[in-house]
Design a protein around this ligand. Structure first.
Ligand code: FES
Length: 98
């Protein structure tokens, strides 16, 4: 679990993950806010179903993909939080049949 620095000066805002409110701070990424809130598995691997979490934190590995404000496959490590943002785990799982 990540922990914010004590001298962090970002304004507190609320984002929504899977319809639950989460406290975040302006200036941090969606991935950071979620991990600081205790969300450790952002998605599951399409084939194996294994839990996945951010790895590179710089837009290379794509392990942090989430649906953000209705847009699928957003790299949550690169996107700053915004008040009222709606975030969901990816809807499509190739390992499951429809
Ligand atoms: S953590 Fe690697 S692309 Fe986001």
């Amino acid at each position: 679990m990540l922990k914010r620095l004590r001298n962090s000066k970002g304004k507190n805002i609320t984002i929504w993950f899977e319809e639950k409110p989460i406290s975040a701070q302006e200036g941090e990424s969606v991935a950071s806010a979620l991990l600081c809130a205790g969300v450790e598995d952002l998605r599951t691997a399409p084939l194996s179903g294994a839990s996945r979490a951010p790895y590179c934190w710089m837009g290379v590995c794509f392990e942090c993909l989430l649906e953000i404000d209705g847009q699928p496959n957003r790299q949550s490590c690169l996107i700053p939080v915004q008040e009222g943002m709606r975030i969901r785990r990816p809807a499509l799982n190739f390992g499951e049949s429809a």
